[in-house]
Design a binder for this molecule. Sequence first.
Ligand SMILES: Cc1cc2nc3c(=O)[nH]c(=O)nc-3n(C[C@H](O)[C@H](O)[C@H](O)COP(=O)(O)OP(=O)(O)OC[C@H]3O[C@@H](n4cnc5c(N)ncnc54)[C@H](O)[C@@H]3O)c2cc1C
Length: 503
Amino acid sequence: MKKAIIIGAGPAGLTTAYKLLKETDYIPFIIESENVPGGISKTLNYKGNRMDIGGHRFFSKSSEVNELWRTFVVEQGQPSQDDLLLNRTRTFVGKGDPEKEDNVFLVRNRVSRIYYLRKFFDYPVSLKYQTIKNMGFKRTMKVGFGYLGTKFRKLKEDNLENFYINRFGRPLYAMFFESYTTKVWGVEPKNIDASWGAQRVKGLSLWKAITSMFAKKKETSLIDEYYYPKYGPGQLYEIMARKIIELGGTILYNTEVKDIIVKENKIEKLLDTQGNEYVGDVYISSEAIKDLVNGIENAPKEVKDVATNLPYRDFVTVGLLVSKLEIQNTTKTMTVNNIVPDCWIYLQEPDVKIGRLQIFNNWSPYLVKDFADKIWIGLEYFCNEGDELWNKEENEFVEFAKEELEKIGIIKKENVLDGARYRVKKAYPAYFEAYHSFPIVKDYLLTITNLYCIGRNGQHRYNNMDHSMLTGLRTVEAIQGLISKEEVWQVNSEEDYHESKKK
Ligand SMILES: Cc1cc2nc3c(=O)[nH]c(=O)nc-3n(C[C@H](O)[C@H](O)[C@H](O)COP(=O)(O)OP(=O)(O)OC[C@H]3O[C@@H](n4cnc5c(N)ncnc54)[C@H](O)[C@@H]3O)c2cc1C
């Protein structure tokens, strides 16, 4: 028996552990600094109301990942309106085997819109009558001519601003992308690498947005349905963690890895913040690259310099329990209590700091304790650790969040029943500044023969859950000698965002 030490019980770490147990003679030993599994895909529980940090859609083009998900949960389909209203209080619990009946993927409709000029626009933007009406004649003409201009003159795609302008035209870019992207990254799009756009929205353009309304095969960014575990994404990772332990693996919670002792291109041992030592045959890390490299005392100076300066964007989310929303459901989509049908709303209003709003009732009714008459919403703020937003006290932040939503007409403060704030460090690995020298770090990490880097921050790549999990699957193949270590880094690296299926 060999031992694999894994840093992190997020989607990537858990996937690696599970696959090792299933297919190799390595026994995984996961070290996790938090007290629950799931990493940034965990689900928080505030007085019985569950909060998904950001809202995690389960969608993957990878059959391997879809198959893996279905090992743990079964597809249930849409709950009916009656189910939701009448039987929603744990519909399936107590009627049989909860393992089978509760561990389900709901099929959800993706409804998300942009809120701008205190009006709703389609997300992604489409040129419907309503859009034109909302924008007004003058703005629409400007948008049209701006888009036509891109047909005659393409900008060099060396930054995100030019990437968007080439696809949407400058006026539409200024309306719907510039301020939102700046909110998300804290940096103007002209200073962000175009590869971010290539990964996330390559298939998207104004023309595609129009034609997608009729097309059968949709681009990833336009997928209309997604899966969602009944009790939020954390549910899946809790099930995975339980299975790993059943199969003989270990998860050590509340333990933070601090030092990585490297001798002659091999990790000799890890030390946690209490000085406890952990020795294994292989080491797999989903820890942020910046922290990993800083934990290696004898890493070369140029490597440390780049790793230390790698940029991240941090994140604060606020859950508000409200009795009423001020925005009306004017769509044809039916909802319980006729609340707006959106899973999330992009807030493009420049006079508030909030970036996005989740309506958890629409993700899964089972996230909300008093679903029949309360609405549980999640507000997303992008910030940097230590800045003004990050440093606000919880009560102060909740007050601030209420005021922002009232200002743009989403709620009335008096209808807020409760609120909670949660902070997430390094929510987004960013692609600017020191990131341009990232190959120096990656090449160094590849020289450590018994180290494998996985996941989102573990590879400093804007990976979704599926890609994070795929890095875990590839790592096990690399450990088995079936592929090279370099190939583990190729997941989600293709410019065109289409994951190439294994032949
Ligand atoms: C706002 C937001 C929305 C998102 N929406 C989606 C979506 O809709 N769909 C989707 O597929 N993906 C989405 N994602 C991405 C998804 O959250 C990530 O891809 C996924 O969680 C990454 O998994 P991971 O295991 O690589 O890392 P993480 O989830 O970050 O897990 C890493 C784990 O390692 C632990 N750790 C780190 N350092 C140490 C250390 N030194 N010692 C011990 N433990 C350590 C951490 O505590 C954590 O538990 C979203 C992300 C955000 C921020």
